[in-house]
Write a protein of this length. Structure first.
Length: 438
């Protein structure tokens, strides 16, 4: 961490030296870039009212994972109205993809927004309060969808200046498909979202309420944890609660297992490696005076390193095997991958940061620590190098800073214009950097 930070400050120093070079020595290319940046800025500003209205509409009509029928219909209609090509619906349930082909030759870059809401009751007293009882956009995916539609609108009017193709991906079920259903990034990929054409890079953004609207935050390298859900069943033997010696008590064995699993991180894994093992649910037993023959537990494991992930899974199995064997019980352990490691390709991050700094100002671009929550954008990054950054949506002065997944989560809508400006520039900048040289 420390080493990375010092190189980051060296980079800031270097880029501030570079920007202090007098304008006269700036290349023609740079002047063209700034004219284009101004054009994008003006186009995004002119969309302000429309972006706010669009976000409020999505916010008032939130839809749960794999149920984004209305949202995806609006998205597809809008993309068609903007003249985008190859608008495909039903890609991974309610997923939508579309292409914007520039007038100049070049590579393909993708941008992804997620569309689903959460089973949370809104408590904010705002004019755009969710109209669906018990469902709310509490992760800001309404803002993600709105920003990506704004980017499509701005760039659809700039085809002459686009060197290559932009693939727009609107994804359902980021928060996880309902039990027994497939969904999210993995299903979109399975159904071809990253082919024809395959993008050479992919970008995405997520709201971040702990930083102010107008700011962008990022982490280069492993940025969000891999997430594995696990299911444990401890199998014992029931008997009279007053005669435990004739049974095998699954409750006592489960209790010892819960504590032992916590010791994996503190004593068996390098303490410098992040690892979370959380048991969130325990169920077992039939009656207060019967020795329980079965206890079921469910939990989540978060890691930032594939070796640690594999090692921790092996150690969990080993721990459960030995504890249950010691008391004559048996066990089952099953893992379900919920999210891969969100890995921001360092070279791509370094190549993108100068443009982000130009758009929001150097002081507004923050390097932050990785997050333990997972993000299924990670699956797109397994196919193409990607950069997932954070869009500041907080406003402390107005009391907007509730965390993700809470009943009072909200965003400062000023962030929508910022999001459109930054992402539009990032995509064009990437295509320019990879333009076909004549
Ligand atoms: Zn979320
Ligand atoms: Zn989210």
């Amino acid at each position: 961490m420390r080493r990375r930070r010092s190189s980051f400050f060296a980079f800031i120093l270097l880029s501030s030296l570079l920007t202090s070079i007098p304008q006269s020595s700036a290349s023609k290319h740079t002047r063209l870039d700034s004219a284009r940046e101004q054009k994008i800025a003006q186009a995004a500003e002119s969309l302000r009212t429309q972006l706010v209205a669009q976000r409020r509409d999505f916010h008032m009509h939130p839809e749960l994972s794999n149920r984004e029928e209305r949202t995806s219909r609006i998205v597809a209609e809008r993309l068609r109205a903007l003249g985008l090509e190859d608008v495909k619906t039903g890609v991974g349930k309610y997923g939508v993809t579309a292409l914007l082909r520039g007038a100049k030759p070049g590579t393909t870059v993708a941008v992804r927004a997620d569309m689903d809401a959460l089973p949370i009751q809104e408590i904010n007293d705002v004019p755009y309060k969710s109209q669906v009882a018990g469902v709310k956009h509490a992760c800001g995916h309404d803002a993600h969808t709105t920003v990506e539609l704004g980017v499509a609108e701005v760039l659809s009017k700039m085809r002459a200046e686009i060197a290559g193709t932009i693939k727009f991906i609107f994804q359902p079920a980021e928060e996880g498909a309902p039990a027994g259903e497939e969904g999210g990034a993995r299903l979109m990929i399975k159904e071809g979202a990253m082919e024809n054409p395959r993008p050479s890079a992919i970008f995405g953004l997520h709201t971040l309420p702990s930083i102010e609207a107008g700011q962008i935050a990022y982490h280069s390298g492993p940025a969000m944890a891999a997430s594995d859900r696990f299911f444990i069943t401890i199998k014992g033997k029931s008997s009279h609660g007053a005669q435990p010696q004739t049974g095998v008590d699954a409750v006592v064995i489960a209790s010892e297992s819960v504590m032992a699993l916590q010791i994996i991180h503190s004593r068996r894994i390098d303490p410098q490696e992040p690892l979370v093992i959380t048991i969130g649910q325990i169920q077992g037993g039939k009656r207060y005076n019967i020795i329980a023959d079965e206890v079921r537990m469910e939990g989540t494991m978060r890691t930032f390193n594939e070796d640690v992930r594999q090692r921790a899974q092996t150690l969990m199995r080993e721990t459960l095997l030995n504890i249950t064997a010691a008391y004559g019980a048996t066990f089952e352990l099953k893992f379900e991958e919920n999210g891969a490691l969100t890995f921001n390709e360092p070279k791509l991050v370094e190549a993108t940061l100068p443009m982000i700094r130009r758009v929001v100002g150097e002081q507004n671009v923050l390097s932050i620590k990785p997050f333990m929550p997972a993000e299924d954008f990670s699956y797109f990054q397994k196919i193409s190098p990607g950069f997932y950054y954070f869009l500041g949506v907080g406003n402390r002065a107005r009391g907007i800073n509730a965390p993700w997944h809470t009943a009072d989560f909200d965003i400062d809508e000023e962030s929508l214009v910022v999001g459109v400006k930054v992402m539009s520039n990032v995509l064009l900048d990437y295509l320019d950097q990879h333009a076909v040289k004549k």
